[in-house]
Ligand binder design. Structure first.
Ligand SMILES: [Zn+2]
Ligand SMILES: [Zn+2]
Length: 280
């Protein structure tokens, strides 16, 4: 073969490879921008068009919650894997926890007495998840059916191996193929929904005859207002209904609601069945 022809063919192949890499990169940048748009935020990535996704961050907020997505690339060649780490801030979180889906191994481990995790007393929950955290807080967490639904979705759709709340940040990590915008977006939605169940904010409640400066929290459900966590009406409204605070987590409920619910209804609180303390 003519050497010039060989050089021409090699040049052509090289140009095609460059064009493919460029178009792949352009697609990746578009997907990251769309993810940032969902969060009204920004993308921080390495410049250049064969830059890896590794350490690329998308930051912003979703329904008033600070969200950060970080990509991690591990290994090389055939064992190269890309992971997305999604973190959502929770306001005034009560207790840390770690929840993992229970597989066949857990059931065998339990049978052999090798697995000792936290029990909530809810058989379905204890069977389906491996729990680490305060038993009372976890029981309170799963008392909200919504919580179980979002957790199951994260384990099933994202294939996350655990959902953790640590130092006020909810986080999950799962394997992705590229930016995986839809998969990451759905993780954000589920994680923010979980965060809303945990959110509280410090509030001022006029307390007759009580010591001033006592710590009280209002459940916000992801809004700017303190609401009764049971009936979800604003507790700062003009209506002067009697209020009571949970004696464990100090979150304010309508007195009537706290009584009707038979105890604190805050996600993650173990105040449970104890009586509340009247604050208004
Ligand atoms: Zn209420
Ligand atoms: Zn409570």
């Amino acid at each position: 073969m003519e050497p010039l022809l060989v050089i021409a063919i090699m040049g052509g192949v090289f140009a095609l490879a460059i064009a493919a890499a460029r178009s792949h990169h352009a697609h990746q940048v578009r997907e990251l921008d769309r993810l940032a748009a969902l969060l009204g935020g920004t993308v921080r990535t390495d410049a250049g068009w064969f830059a890896s996704l590794d350490r690329t961050r998308v930051r912003g907020t979703y329904e008033r919650h600070a969200v950060e997505v970080q990509y991690e690339v591990r290994g090389s060649g055939k064992s190269k894997r890309t992971y997305a780490v999604v973190q959502v801030r929770v306001r005034a979180a009560i207790a840390d926890f770690r929840i993992r889906p229970a597989g066949v191994l857990k059931r065998i481990g339990r049978w052999l007495g090798l697995v000792s995790d936290t029990k909530t007393g809810n058989e379905r929950v204890d069977d389906a998840f491996i729990l680490d955290g305060r038993p009372d807080a976890l029981a309170g967490l799963f008392a909200q059916g919504e919580a179980e639904r979002h957790l199951r979705a994260l384990f099933r759709e994202q294939g996350a191996s655990e959902v953790a709340l640590r130092g006020g940040t909810l986080s999950i990590r799962f394997q992705v193929n590229g930016v995986a915008r839809a998969k990451v977006a759905s993780a954000i939605l589920n994680l923010v929904s979980l965060a809303k169940l945990c959110d509280r904010k410090p509030i001022e409640v006029r307390i007759k005859g009580a010591a001033p400066g006592a710590k009280r929290f209002g459940w916000t459900g992801g809004t700017e207002h303190a609401m009764c966590p049971y009936c979800r009406d604003q507790i700062e409204s003009a209506e002067e209904l009697p209020l009571s605070a949970c004696s464990s987590c100090h979150t304010v409920h309508h007195t009537e609601c706290l009584e009707e619910a038979g105890g604190c209804t805050v996600f993650g609180c173990g105040g449970g069945r104890r009586a509340g303390e009247r604050v208004r």
